[in-house]
Ligand binder design. Structure first.
Ligand SMILES: Nc1ncnc2c1ncn2[C@@H]1O[C@H](COP(=O)(O)OP(=O)(O)OP(=O)(O)O)[C@@H](O)[C@H]1O
Ligand SMILES: [Mg+2]
Length: 300
């Protein structure tokens, strides 16, 4: 079982057509045909959208994405048009709204990894490969890879698990030319992100991008970029291969959900319980810390 514990009812705004409720974002189309992406404070873990919001998360992720789009502007064009809240929308959309070019999205989760962990580590332990790419012997959880790799995944529906696929499979699905462009652009954006993060004492272990084509056939980066929801960021001074690294992402939530304190069995049919206030506060603080460390600005 998985999905939304409580499926939210989207806000209706005159002049906007609601298109989709994603795990984290609400998507609308405005009268100009642009995409209005509104990030919520929702969070997901173990393929569930949890019943508890993390206050300010939508604004933090939106502001961090916008900052990154600027950092990346000379590497790849992005989908942002403005951050204007549409007329008639709730005031609390401010800071978490992006008006974007509506792209024809390529249905591939474009993952780049510079370090071994997570699903990459599981495949490596079994086959000495990640997404079919051969890697040297002797790597452990948290090891830096000889060079960053492109490890695409298929995009799963809400409640389903993304699945790692080989580059050849991506080429079969989207064509050789698009696959090559996705790989090249993913690695270029990862490289810039890694360098910027490294200057701030943060390791960008891996990250996921989504790309689409605009009306001119140009590949554009969409969605959110280089946030703790789409990336693994590790404090560089605590990096020690051989075990799980402390991270700026939702690990606090996953740890609590799998602890005895939650009373929840992730393999049961039961939805996860609400998060206690202290877990919410710690997660919120972690998101703010990531924002402040990366951007060098104080939150709000
Ligand atoms: N510029 C764009 N044009 C069209 N679609 C976009 C653009 N940028 C992002 N998207 C899509 O908007 C959605 C963002 O919502 P969110 O991240 O909450 O969804 P998700 O849970 O990851 O995926 P799903 O949409 O399948 O539920 C994604 O489906 C993403 O592919
Ligand atoms: Mg998403």
């Amino acid at each position: 079982m998985s999905g939304f514990v409580d499926k939210p009812e989207p806000v209706q705004v005159p002049g906007l057509v609601h298109l989709h409720t994603g795990k984290v974002r609400e998507l609308y189309q405005n009268e100009a045909g642009e995409l209005v992406m509104v990030a919520s404070d929702r969070t997901s873990a173990f393929d569930w959208v949890l019943p508890t919001d993390i206050p300010d998360k939508g604004r933090i992720l939106t502001q961090l994405s916008l900052w990154w789009f600027d950092q990346l502007a000379d590497v790849v064009p992005n989908h942002v048009i403005s951050t204007e809240v549409p007329a008639g929308a709730p005031a609390d959309w401010k800071g978490r709204t992006m008006v974007c070019r509506s792209l024809s999205m390529v249905p591939v989760e474009c993952v780049a990894r510079g370090y071994l962990t997570g699903s990459g580590l599981l495949e490596y332990d079994e086959h000495r490969t990640v997404c079919g790419l051969a890697l040297p012997e002797g790597l452990v959880d948290g090891s830096e890879l000889p060079a960053p790799i492109f490890t695409p995944a298929t995009k799963a529906a809400v409640g389903e698990h993304d699945e790692n696929v080989s580059y050849e499979e991506v080429a079969r699905q989207v064509g050789a030319e698009t696959a090559a462009q996705l790989r090249q652009t993913t690695l270029a954006v990862y490289g810039r992100g890694r360098d910027v993060a490294r200057d701030r004492g943060i390791i960008l272990a891996d990250t996921k991008f989504e790309f689409g084509y605009d009306g001119d056939g140009t590949l554009v980066i969409g969605d959110e970029v280089l946030t703790p929801d789409s990336s693994r960021f590790w404090p560089a001074d605590e990096w020690e291969p051989g075990h799980a690294q402390p991270s700026f992402d939702k690990q606090i939530i996953r740890d609590w959900l799998t602890s005895d304190a939650s009373g929840w069995d992730r393999h049961s049919e039961q939805p996860p319980p609400p998060l206690p206030a202290d877990v919410v506060a710690r997660v919120r603080a972690r998101y703010i810390e990531a924002y402040e460390l990366l951007t060098g600005s104080t939150w709000q």
